[in-house]
Design a protein around this ligand. Structure first.
Ligand code: FE
Length: 141
């Protein structure tokens, strides 16, 4: 039976089940009730991925890499450079909102988001190699 991994790196092992939610040993991941959540971080089943297959990060979860540029007041040498952009690794399926959270930029500070030079919204799912640019509410571009 296949193991599944959460974004927080918890691994569901069917051999063990999940005693914290009364899941007996021998329960395949597919048979877990829809109400089951990650016992460590509370994420739903849909955020889990199979432990094998696909290129993966060190933790086993598939990732993508994007380049992020920040304009004006959002500039930050460490997390979001203005000149060349800063590379960030994200879990596959992450959207702009997830990226902004990772950068620890308050959502309300961002006015316009560009992905590959097109204006997009926060729900836009990012792909490997995307170029993301964030522009604040005020300040020159
Ligand atoms: Fe988790």
């Amino acid at each position: 039976m296949e193991k599944y991994q959460c974004r927080c790196q918890y691994v569901y092992d069917p051999e063990i089940g999940d005693p914290t939610q009364a899941i007996p040993p021998g329960t395949p991941f597919e048979k877990l009730p829809d109400t089951w959540v990650c016992p460590l971080c509370g994420l739903e089943k849909k955020f889990f991925v199979k432990k094998e297959g696909k290129p993966t990060s060190e933790s086993g979860h598939p990732t993508i890499k994007v380049k992020v540029k920040c304009f004006s007041t959002l500039r930050n040498a460490e997390k979001c450079d203005f000149k060349d952009g800063t590379e960030h690794e994200l879990f596959e399926g992450s959207n702009v909102h997830d990226l902004v959270e990772k950068l620890e930029i308050p959502l309300e500070a961002i006015m316009i988001v560009f992905v590959n030079h097109k204006e997009v919204d926060f729900q836009t799912v990012l792909k490997n190699g995307d170029h993301v640019a964030l522009s604040p509410k005020t300040g020159a571009m």
